[in-house]
Design a protein around this ligand. Structure first.
Ligand SMILES: *Cc1c(COP(=O)(O)O)cnc(C)c1O
Ligand SMILES: *[C@@H]1O[C@H](CO)[C@@H](O)[C@H](O)[C@H]1NC(C)=O
Length: 412
């Protein structure tokens, strides 16, 4: 019983009951002066919402069920088996044979920091392509760890040509180039072909963010010579937030395992994480941190769903549904639209915040405004993975039309 467990725990190292400890415990229990909060005595309430923003997305019952399986130890052989499956699932989703493929215990930002912290040392030059918010975030992460950050900046929705990228690499001689494949703040899917070759030529690592695009737009890590690739669980993969796939190729491993300094983060140090994920060739995996066991179950299920799709990504995209039917101006060039997140211009004379509040209140649908430099420029509709259905696109457009009818239009 719990009682005997407690008294056993109170026994000293020699098995003698320790009265002073018991006394101290009693006194601390009776001295609770802050009453239990009333909210904690009510059951948890979570509303049902249509998550048609840029993430998180709705989680299908099959993935929710996987996440609710009983907990096992993070170092049990069965858990290693599940982690090995996840590794294979990520290798398929990324189209890579890299051994150094794991899932971070944390959201997309954990993978961003892991990538930068492990492959860059203080004082080294990095080049960041910024055409929305994500490049700016990575620039800040790199600055915080002491890198010498060079930014190449475009308005949200614009893209960088390979010539522009090569010129900037020649000028700044970075050890790392960052690019967001799916720029979710702008709704742009950036071309990737050829950039990896340019980086290789100039001895620079190519880091690509696919948090918003993995599972929605094709990506080929090995064929496209991407050195470091990461994603997130809660967008087109439709898993709960909190885990983030990441992979490093041999070039990236060579750089990160031949450092002069230790990475600034202990939790995100790949020498430890590679052992935890069985990627370092050592026979034993030792305790580093406790991984999010339920989150890994759910991620495994979402990768299994992806593996059941022959192409490795969802064949339909929100563009297919919203493109022709939408009476709204779509902000990005047809060929570069991100399949998972569509940015539309804010209808003239309307307050986008009021429209979004109306849509949430009357339709239980989440859509969002812009983010970072795209705030006030766009509204965003995300139909990610399992949410990417014609009926959902129709619902989203119907809700927008209803908001136009019922929200105030300014006279100006
Ligand atoms: C959402 C997103 C992230 C951040 O992911 P979190 O899970 O919120 O930390 C990074 N990059 C892109 C492109 C995203 O869309
Ligand atoms: C990955 O590891 C396995 C087993 O250790 C090895 O056989 C294989 O060659 C490695 N692959 C790569 C791409 O390094």
């Amino acid at each position: 019983s719990i009682g005997s467990l407690t008294s056993a725990a109170l026994e000293g190292p020699l098995g003698a009951k320790s009265a002073p400890v018991l006394l101290r415990l009693d006194r601390s229990m009776s001295s609770v002066t802050i009453p239990p909060p009333a909210c904690m005595l009510r059951p948890l309430e979570v509303p049902l919402r249509y998550l048609f923003g840029p993430g998180p997305s709705n989680v299908p019952p099959r993935i929710l069920a996987a996440g609710s399986r009983p907990i096992i130890g993070h170092l049990h052989p069965e858990m290693y088996e599940i982690m090995n499956d996840i590794k294979k699932g990520i290798q398929y989703a990324f189209q890579t044979e890299n051994n150094m493929t794991i899932a971070m215990s944390g959201s997309g930002h954990a993978a961003m920091e892991c990538a930068v912290f492990n492959t860059v040392e203080p004082g080294e030059s990095v080049l960041i392509a910024i055409n929305g918010i994500w490049g700016e975030r990575v620039a800040e992460i790199a600055e915080r760890m002491g890198a010498n950050v060079h930014r190449m900046v475009k308005t949200p929705g614009r893209y960088f040509t390979n010539t522009e990228i090569e010129q900037a690499i020649k000028k700044h001689k970075p050890v790392l180039l960052f690019l967001a494949h799916g720029e979710s703040s702008a709704g742009l899917c950036h071309p990737v072909d050829g950039i990896g070759d340019i980086c290789r030529k100039h001895d620079c690592l190519f880091l690509v963010d696919t948090v918003a695009s993995l599972g929605a737009a094709p990506i080929f890590m090995d064929k496209q010579n991407i050195d470091i690739l990461y994603s997130g669980s809660q967008k087109a993969l439709n898993a709960p937030p909190g885990t983030a796939p990441i992979s490093f190729n041999d070039r990236a491993c060579h750089k990160m395992f031949n450092r002069k300094t230790k990475p600034v983060s202990y939790l995100f140090d790949m020498t430890h994480l590679s052992n935890y994920w069985g990627c370092d060739g050592k026979p034993a995996r030792v305790y580093h941190h406790t991984g999010p066991v339920s989150g890994f179950f759910a991620l495994r299920e979402s990768l299994a769903i992806l593996a059941e799709r022959v192409k490795g990504y969802f064949p339909t995209s929100s563009v297919t549904f919203l493109n022709k039917k939408s009476p709204f101006f779509i902000c990005v060039l047809q060929d570069l639209r991100l399949p998972s997140v569509t940015t539309i211009a804010i209808p003239e004379g309307y307050d986008w915040r009021e429209m979004l509040t109306y849509i949430m209140k009357h339709h239980c649908i989440e859509m969002t405004g812009g983010l970072g430099p795209s705030i006030g420029m766009v509204m965003r509709i995300g139909l990610m993975g399992y949410n990417c259905e014609k009926t959902n696109a129709d619902m989203a457009l119907h809700a927008l039309a209803d908001a136009l009818k019922n929200c105030k239009k300014s006279k100006a």
